[in-house]
Ligand binder design. Structure first.
Ligand SMILES: *Cc1c(COP(=O)(O)O)cnc(C)c1O
Length: 411
């Protein structure tokens, strides 16, 4: 059987090491040191000149991190993968590397808070314009696009709204306009979402979430499917001459990431290597818990509404089936009759944790309107559909009876 026919977990577990281990270790060791030695003047000179690859200094590359990149490549069939220090490092490196001064990004107006701030504050200061639109509205996307548009940037499922972009529509539009499709697929990791089958050029992910294996460490990854013509972008033209479809990751690795210092550490890569192997088990369990909780909410008289696109009849259900194998992550929301009722419920919970992260192994719950969106104006909250009556859950892998039991006593 060829490697790309094997299943996700098999591929992840049995990804070969870049080099045979000196002790035949089965588990990739943590190469914690900073620098690597060379045999000769010629060898070190060739490495520095880029004529051959060898690890020289861990801020630019490291064996344990390289192994994590190989594993991600093995499970995604991507053209090139680069691991970075955080999800934000992955997002910022990609956008800075793709878009030149004077170019623009058309981005979703429903984004993870710090991504929104990066696009609203930091990129414009670098001369990159950002146009926020409703990404599910193709007319709005088209209207915002012009000759200087380089990237469409959005999340596969927005949070807490849980809106899903129709990828075939958006990628056709992007192709017609010569624009790169870059999605943040943190909520829908490669086990449930094969981005290269849906016209996505580049995926960015926070591996802090599902992949780290229980919120163990910070990390990010750039997954380049190698489908975009980088020679057409002013920012990558010269890189494309030398590296072709590998231009984006080459520029990140050799310039932007190296100079901004966004390296993943070997210890972090160790967590990611372990977390990735069992991620599908955790995702399946989380999705099953979400479906059972949704059924519980549906039947409970104090729950006014519940949103999880894995449930038939919910908005986005068909796209979730098609694009995310029917496993649209583990974030769900529900509404109570008032903000006071939300607070009361919140303070009574005993099993679930009051915290803001996503895709920990533990179930985390938060009231977005008074926390994540506290700095937004009432109008912005309304536009983003962040309601005072809404709670957000990041469902973990606990025994479902205990989660339902916790809600039953708190409600
Ligand atoms: C957490 C998150 C990020 C940022 O990732 P970090 O690893 O915290 O930098 C970006 N996008 C989404 C959708 C996230 O949930």
């Amino acid at each position: 059987m060829s490697d790309n026919k094997k299943g996700f977990i098999t591929r992840s577990l049995h990804t070969s090491f870049p080099k045979p281990d000196a002790y035949n270790a089965l588990h990739m060791p943590v190469y914690d040191g900073v620098a690597y030695e060379f045999e000769s003047a010629e060898e070190i000179a060739d490495t520095f000149a880029g004529k051959k690859f060898a690890h020289a200094y861990s801020r630019t590359s490291n064996p344990t991190v390289e192994y994590f990149e190989r594993k991600m490549q093995a499970v995604t069939d991507a053209r090139s993968v680069i691991a970075l220090s955080s999800g934000m490092a992955a997002i910022s490196n990609v956008l800075i590397s793709l878009v030149e001064r004077g170019g623009n990004v058309v981005a979703s107006n429903q984004l993870f808070g710090h991504s929104y701030a990066l696009l609203k504050q930091t990129l414009p200061a670098l001369g990159i314009e950002v146009r926020f639109v409703e990404m599910t509205n193709m007319e709005a996307v088209q209207k915002a696009t012009d000759e200087q548009t380089r990237v469409y940037f959005f999340e596969t499922i927005t949070n807490p709204q849980l809106e899903i972009v129709d990828l075939s529509q958006l990628s056709s539009l992007a192709k017609a306009n010569g624009v790169a499709v870059v999605c943040d697929s943190t909520i829908t990791p490669p086990y449930v979402f094969r981005s290269n089958e849906f016209g996505v050029d580049v995926e960015v992910m926070s591996t802090t979430k599902f992949i780290s294996g229980g919120a163990a460490a910070f990390g990010g990854v750039v997954i380049d499917n190698g489908t975009f013509d980088y020679a057409s972008l002013p920012a990558l033209k010269t890189w494309a001459n030398q590296f072709g479809q590998g231009a984006l990751v080459a520029r990140i690795r050799k310039e932007v990431f190296r100079h901004l210092g966004g390296a993943m550490t070997a210890h972090t890569a160790h967590f990611m290597n372990m977390g990735l192997d069992i991620m599908p088990l955790r995702v399946d369990r989380c999705v099953e818990n979400c479906l059972q909780l949704a059924a519980f909410f549906e039947a409970h008289k104090r729950i006014v509404a519940c949103n999880y696109p894995g449930v038939e009849g919910t908005k986005g259900y068909e796209l979730a089936q098609l694009q995310f194998s029917g496993k649209p992550g583990a974030v769900m929301t529900f509404d109570l009759e008032s903000k006071e009722a939300c607070y009361q419920l919140y303070n009574r919970l005993k099993v679930m944790r009051r915290a803001t992260n996503l895709n920990d192994n533990k179930t985390l719950i938060i009231h977005p309107e008074s926390t994540i969106y506290a700095e937004f104006s009432e109008q912005e909250k309304r536009e983003m559909d962040v309601r005072p009556t809404m709670m957000r859950l990041s469902v973990g892998i606990e025994d479902i009876e205990d989660l339902i039991g916790d809600f039953t006593q708190a409600l």
